[in-house]
Design a protein around this ligand. Structure first.
Ligand code: NAP
Length: 308
């Protein structure tokens, strides 16, 4: 079977933008969109910071539009997860439910997954007061009282950022000292809007349809207490979705794909990476989309140099 020009694995803003660009460049992309098609925006409600939508748009609706745009120019979709890849030689292999697909170039945009506490109530209220992105959702909590869970740089940075909007931010941490860097800790300790609940775990997120509070468990005494908040930001880390690529691509210590500065090129020529799978700093839909465009242009140039 003739290899295709391009396969894109992952269908968040990065992958779908790469699909729009490569489809419009007549490269007939095949997108392995995965069972969790659409990525992290499928788990959010209102998106108010994606340029071009002055009235905001729902996350799933935005991703539906991205997909329609990619489909309009001829992207083919496979709605299943890739099980295995072979990046040892071009054409690269991608297996989905036992079926083999081959392409001369590959764009990886499998994203990252925000780690969650694993509570049913947290899952139920995700996008309804439970959030994993302060930059995205902080604005919705003006003059309210909210909680941030975690003790690392992300949690402390988010808590500090959220004090721009919220009247009070309670940082809930399971130990009695933070993991965050000293400078970030100092900033948080000196912020009068931030309270700390040490040695505390969230036992349950309270609320029916909307967050109304959290039930905390003191890890030493086991005592339960309720804290009234209208938002809970879970900031306990992210995991890049790179299991498939381990041992085949260069990854950093945290498992993110390493790309060559200012490009989407990975350690394997012809394999490009875009979006959160290679970016643990910005993590925004618009930056992911921008890097998906970069990957498409890099892949086009690579294919052109191969001679079509
Ligand atoms: P992290 O450093 O892994 O911290 C995760 C935090 O969440 C830890 O405090 C951990 O508690 C807590 N945690 C983990 N699982 C939990 C659970 N199930 N329940 C309750 N708490 C839990 O993750 P991160 O803060 O996202 O940072 C990731 C990397 O990015 C780090 O290298 C960090 O330095 C970097 N970063 C840097 C900046 C910056 O410099 N501006 C900003 C953000 C992130 P324990 O402490 O008890 O383990």
């Amino acid at each position: 079977m003739e290899p295709r020009d391009i396969i894109i694995v992952g269908s968040g803003p990065a992958g779908l933008t790469a699909a729009v660009y490569t489809a419009r460049a007549n490269l007939s992309p095949l997108m392995i969109e995965g069972l969790g098609a659409g990525g992290q925006l499928m788990l959010t409600t209102d998106v108010e910071n994606f340029p071009g939508f002055p009235d905001g748009i729902l996350g799933p609706e935005l991703m539906g539009r991205f997909r329609d745009q990619a489909a309009r120019f001829g992207t083919e979709f496979v709605t299943a997860d890739a099980d295995r890849v072979d990046l040892s030689a071009s054409p690269f292999g991608v297996w989905v439910a036992g079926q083999e697909h081959r392409a001369k170039a590959l764009i990886i945009s499998t994203g990252a997954t925000a780690m969650m506490l694993g509570l049913t109530s947290e899952q139920k209220l995700l996008g309804h007061g439970v959030s994993t992105c302060a930059t995205c959702d902080g604005f919705f909590f003006r003059k309210q009282e909210i909680a941030v869970v975690g003790g690392g740089d992300s949690a402390v940075e988010e808590a500090t950022f959220l004090t721009r909007f919220a009247d009070k931010v309670t940082l809930i941490h399971r130990r009695k000292e933070l993991r965050a860097s000293k400078i970030m800790q100092d900033r948080a300790f000196s912020n009068p809007k931030i309270d700390f609940r040490w040695n505390s775990e969230v036992d349950e997120v309270l609320g029916n349809g909307r967050v109304e509070g959290v039930r905390l468990r003191d890890v030493e005494s086991g005592d339960l207490s309720d804290l009234a908040v209208s938002g809970v930001f879970v900031a306990i880390g992210h995991r890049p979705n790179t299991e498939l690529f381990k041992g085949q691509l260069e990854l950093d210590d945290a498992g993110y794909i390493i790309t060559e500065g200012g490009s989407s090129r990975t350690s394997v020529p012809g394999v490009f990476a875009s979006g959160d799978v290679q970016d643990h700093v910005y993590r925004q839909a618009v930056t992911a989309a921008g890097s998906g465009c970069m990957a498409a242009l890099d892949a086009e140039r690579y294919l052109e140099a191969l001679g079509g």
